[in-house]
Design a protein around this ligand. Structure first.
Ligand code: GDP
Ligand code: MN
Length: 397
């Protein structure tokens, strides 16, 4: 799960990581009187979307470009004007894809006087089962380039979760960043706090880019990104409460409520499968046959007629050009899946080719249900046969 920058900063502040003061605006009502409440000489106005690269992104309204996703301005009136322009704009960044994201929230903050920009992040390192704490003196909007071209400029220490963060690890990084004097101690505390936040909230990523050294000599997080482990949300009620459903793919949210795993992809063939491994194999085989999967829909190990029906509804709404049902009945019963399929298609009209391959537990009963339904489906003998048939059917269609 992802959260907005302003929410990440709330958690940063709770964990002793300094951030600029700011306010979030969502609409005209929030903009009223905002200028009067702002004080200072420099303000930063930032579109809040679940994607990075906003500083270099393009915001558009009605097809007209209205500036970038992050603006540094010199007066409260200008801050309000920019915030109004960004609200309701579509922001396209390297991370959003060409369709971009609708800006529903804008953060207006006090600007800081930047001396240097650093990169700091805590990330789960599966290979060593540690929290990798990474830092670079080349922070800011070019960090992806740095990672690609000069990865040696990103320094890493690994925090063993059983031992926890030790201050010398922070000092190692601080010296590599070229920090000196009071900034070293500040960095050591800040990095430790970031690791504590990462562990306490079950993050999979906690990133500060940039972490800046101000001309006054203080370290401040002026951007923040937190990703959380979805499988830990059951014990992170406060974090789960931060979810902004408006930022999620609507069909993925609906699927999640029905306990389905649904990931929308770019192709045209819907894949209804059970189990993540079979989902991967199904996508691979579709690609091998020259097709492109439109999604990854896993009904899981407890497929019921209802969630199979729901899966069909979601897929058809997402405008797939064909559906491949590939189910291996182990715990899942093929007849339950077949019944769900028949139920779904009695409610929603199927106007695309449907290839079905059912194997395993109660296959014979399943085939009888399908045969008795009179549905115009194409039966497949095995996975390869199914993939070949759906790719061919979509080509014709
Ligand atoms: P991102 O592009 O989505 O990662 O957005 P950031 O929050 O990282 O902002 C992008 C860039 O805007 C930063 O790297 C800074 O160079 C600049 N910026 C952001 N906040 C401030 C600020 O308070 N003062 C100044 N001078 N620049 C800022
Ligand atoms: Mn950033």
């Amino acid at each position: 799960m992802k959260v907005h920058e302003f929410q990440a900063k709330m958690l940063f502040r709770d964990h002793g990581i300094p951030c600029p003061d700011g306010a979030v605006v969502e609409g005209e009502a929030d903009l009223e009187g905002l200028a009067a409440r702002l004080s200072g000489d420099v303000f930063v106005v930032k579109a809040q979307i679940h994607a990075g690269g906003r500083g270099k992104g393009k915001a558009c309204r009605d097809g007209v470009e209205v500036g970038r996703g992050v603006h540094v301005v010199r007066s409260p009136e200008e801050a309000v004007r920019i915030a109004r322009t960004l609200l309701g704009a579509t922001l396209v960044t390297i991370q959003t894809g060409s369709r971009g994201r609708l800006v529903r929230k804008v953060l207006v903050e006090n600007g800081v006087d930047i001396d240097k920009e650093f990169y700091l992040a805590a990330i789960l390192d599966r290979e060593t089962a540690t929290v990798a704490l990474m830092a670079s003196a080349e922070g800011g909007t070019e960090i992806e380039e740095v990672a690609r071209r000069t990865p040696e400029r990103i320094h890493t220490v690994r925090v063993n979760p059983l031992l926890g963060y030790r201050e010398f690890q922070g000092r190692v990084l601080a010296l590599k960043l070229g920090l000196s004097g009071e900034a070293v101690g500040q960095f050591v505390r800040l990095a430790g706090n970031l690791v504590k936040l990462f562990m306490a909230k079950d993050c999979s990523l906690a990133e500060v880019n940039p972490l800046v050294l101000t001309r006054q000599g203080n370290l401040v997080a002026i951007d923040g990104k937190l990703n959380f482990d979805d499988n830990a949300l059951f014990r992170q009620a406060a974090v789960a409460g931060l979810q902004d459903v408006g930022e999620e793919e609507p069909s993925e949210v609906e699927a999640d409520r029905a306990k389905l795993t649904y990931i929308k992809l770019d192709g045209n063939i819907g894949c209804l499968v059970n189990g993540a491994g079979l989902a991967m194999a199904t996508m691979d085989i579709i690609k091998e046959c020259g097709g492109e999967p439109a999604n990854f829909l896993d009904v899981g190990g407890t497929a019921t007629a209802e969630n199979v029906a729901k899966s069909f509804e979601i897929m058809l709404r997402d405008k797939v050009q064909g559906i491949f049902v590939n189910v291996f009945g182990g715990i899942v019963r093929c007849d339950v899946v077949a019944q769900g399929l028949v139920d779904a298609l009695s409610k929603v009209k199927l106007d695309v080719p449907l290839v079905v391959r059912l194997e395993g537990n109660r296959k014979a009963e399943a085939l009888a249900i399908l045969a008795g339904s009179g549905l115009p489906l194409i039966a497949a003998a095995d996975m390869k046969d199914g993939a070949t048939k759906i790719v061919a059917a979509c080509r014709r269609g």
